[in-house]
Design a protein around this ligand. Structure first.
Ligand SMILES: Cc1cc2nc3c(=O)[nH]c(=O)nc-3n(C[C@H](O)[C@H](O)[C@H](O)COP(=O)(O)OP(=O)(O)OC[C@H]3O[C@@H](n4cnc5c(N)ncnc54)[C@H](O)[C@@H]3O)c2cc1C
Length: 356
């Protein structure tokens, strides 16, 4: 029987970071298992690649503020994975839930730079549908660069990474947890469930409930007017088109068409394709941005998105760092966006871990 100090299930951005944080804290036998054949192949790869800087949340000051806090640190520490020379433009739709002046006021409240961009307005948008637009300080990250960096750091830290290995918790006692993995049983002093959309399928009860949403990201070659730009149209059932650096193209996502279906029952987590909605996304985007008619649809990526269903008395931070009610040696971790990793780091560091 294999015995380890900590077993991390899930090699996405969160699992990799937790493995590194535990090693730093003094755990000496840290193992990570990932059922895909590489690190960061699921939600950490199939996403919009936006490093949030608060602009997305004009109706939630606390979320805007916390994104601002994490943004600078993320950019500083991951400059190797940041796509250079792309100007993010936020277009404010005439039927948006916020007006242009409310958006500008919100940016100033959270201290996020924004300037009205008349040139982008002329080059990109239909003024009948878009009231105004702003150039802001927000960026895209290259998930493949993040994955390469994490692989090097995990290796240097001596973390035992097992790829193509899945696991499920089978039992626990006061001093350890038994995980059945596809390469045999592992006994761990602590287990970290970092499986994101599969958080509630690991064989333990979770207090924080999640809704799973099948999301479609259309990949496109953008029109020439988008060169060096990214666009987000706010605030309501609109769309974004941003660099997707991992495949040297752009993503197109739409608030109405990207989510295909959702469910919250555990154990029903297969990806089920029922046909692309890219045409509907493109058609609607063209109404607001006529130049999108010169873009080319390439293909779509599909992924499950985990959305936290908060109970009334819960913490309002959009992350989970939950000690299991089944065993105090099992933790479930979920971050709603990449830069929330710093909040998770805090939880890991604040806790006292009686070590082996
Ligand atoms: C459509 C979409 C768009 C998004 N856009 C953004 C964005 O623009 N900006 C942003 O910051 N965030 C965005 N997010 C959120 C972000 O992608 C996630 O917060 C982040 O990737 C979660 O990382 P993770 O490591 O928890 O999950 P994942 O990367 O999914 O890692 C979980 C891993 O667990 C593995 N696993 C599951 N079950 C088992 C098992 N039993 N045994 C072994 N391994 C297992 C999976 O294979 C997977 O690799 C988006 C998410 C989606 C889905």
């Amino acid at each position: 029987m294999n015995e380890v100090g900590a077993l991390i299930v899930g090699g996405g951005f969160y699992g990799c970071h937790i493995a590194l944080a535990l090693k730093e804290l003094g755990f000496n036998r840290v193992r990570l298992i990932e059922r895909e054949n590489g690190l960061m192949r699921r939600a950490s790869y199939v996403n919009q690649a936006r490093v949030h800087n608060g602009y997305h949340y004009p109706r939630s000051l606390p979320t805007g503020m916390s994104s601002r806090r994490n943004f600078s640190r993320f950019v500083e520490e991951h400059s190797f994975a940041i796509v250079p020379n792309v100007q993010m433009v936020y277009g404010i739709a005439r039927n948006s839930r916020v007006t242009g002046s409310q958006f500008a006021r919100f940016c100033s409240e959270i201290g996020a730079p924004c300037r009205e961009d008349k040139q982008a307005m002329v080059e990109l948008f239909d003024p009948a549908l878009i009231e105004t637009c702003f150039s802001v300080n927000e960026i895209a990250f290259d998930s493949t660069a993040l994955a390469r960096d994490l692989a090097v750091r995990l290796n240097a830290a001596g973390i035992d990474c097992r790829l193509g290995v899945s696991g499920r918790i089978s039992s626990w006692n006061a001093s350890s947890v038994l995980v059945e993995t596809s390469e045999g049983p592992v006994r761990a002093q602590y287990v970290f469930n970092c499986t994101y959309a599969y958080l509630d399928s690991l064989g333990i009860r979770t207090r924080n409930r999640i809704k799973k949403e099948l999301a479609e990201i259309a990949l496109v070659q953008p029109p020439r007017q988008m060169k060096g730009r990214a666009v987000t149209v706010m605030d309501g059932p609109f769309f974004s088109s941003m660099p997707f650096p991992a495949l040297s193209c752009y993503s197109l996502t739409h608030v109405r068409y990207t989510p295909h279906m959702s469910w919250s029952k555990p154990g029903d987590d297969a990806l089920r394709f029922e046909g692309s909605r890219s045409e509907a996304m493109m058609r609607d985007a063209m109404r607001y941005m006529p130049c999108m008619s010169d873009s080319t649809y390439l293909r779509s990526l599909y992924e499950l998105k985990a959305i936290l269903i908060r109970s009334e008395d819960s913490d309002s931070r959009p992350i989970v760092f939950e000690q299991s009610e089944d065993s105090e040696r099992i933790y479930s971790v979920l971050g709603s966006k990449i830069d929330n990793i710093y909040d998770v780091h805090e939880y890991v560091k604040q806790k006292l871990w009686p070590l082996q």
